[in-house]
Design a binder for this molecule. Sequence first.
Ligand code: GDP
Ligand code: MG
Length: 370
Amino acid sequence: SESLQVGELAKKLNKETSEIIKKLMGLGIMATINQELDKEAIELIAADYDVEVEEEIIIDETEFENYEVVDDEKDMQVRPPVVTIMGHVDHGKTTLLDAIRNTKVTAGEAGGITQHIGAYQITNNGKVITFLDTPGHAAFTTMRARGAQVTDITILVVAADDGVMPQTVEAINHAKAAEVPIIVAVNKMDKEAANPDRVMQELTEHGLVSEAWGGDTIFVNVSAIKGDGIDDLLEMINLVSEVEELKANPNRTAIGTVIEAQLDKGRGSVATLLVQSGTLKVGDPIVVGHTFGRVRAMVNDLGRRVKSVGPSTPVEITGLNDVPQAGDQFMVFADEKKARQVGESRSKKQQDAQRKESSKLNLDDLFNQI
Ligand code: GDP
Ligand code: MG
């Protein structure tokens, strides 16, 4: 059959149902006795008892990608916010990201060679903030299309001399759809033509009403080029982050999302992962999208080798058998055999899907020619 209820699986394995439920919880799956388990969950549990599942296992990608993290409230600890910067082209996203990084990172981390890994962390008043510096819109759309949600707070950059433009509206829609709080950074305040009131007025039409006007959206005036207002902006991020009560359990096997990945001539598959819960360690057996392996080495945003990283931390890893995609989710397994089983199964499924897709394309080509 395609699936089994928890109780049925327990019977087949000759185990107590409560034991199976406990194991599932350990895997981040909240289950009751009558819950239908997908093949992946069945395989994971079976593998844990060294039982081979006989029939061919078809793993449902969506089950893996939409896994829910179930942790006990008592294990949850405050974690840094993950911030994405969005806005219209040329409104100053890159300049702002650089300004934040330069003012905060190099001061405290003298000698640290900053490295582009798609995300970085800074410390503001003792509190860590993680910034994604992959192009905001692309990251948002691909990740959300794949069911991943990595952003906690969106900074909407609007140039004070240009106002609301098409990609500003697009960014607002993305953030709203994802229910991510927005902080507006009104940029280029150093410019003569800067008109922050006009920006406020225009954003009101899109449901973002400034606190100054009785709404609940935080607006901060900045000049990314001069570095003005950056501290205020970071303070506001800390404030919103406190309100959101962002938490994760650092004491579990790591799960999270791929920020970016590519093939490196010398190092092979290189992937920047954002750890969303748990702690990722060198040597961990891991499944990343349809790839798998062991974490061979980890390098942080300062280009330093690290041995373990906790929640909300971006880190570049090597050791995967192939290159995963941005937005893929990853999961650490207790042993390498399990990681390999799940990884190979997912890889096979992906290849099958690709084969199907390409034969479909061939047919289409054929029809097009006729
Ligand atoms: P992005 O496309 O949103 O990443 O925008 P960029 O960061 O590349 O900035 C676009 C242009 O605006 C560049 O020429 C920047 O130097 C300029 N710029 C960015 N921020 C400011 C600012 O605060 N003041 C002024 N005057 N120019 C800015
Ligand atoms: Mg840019």
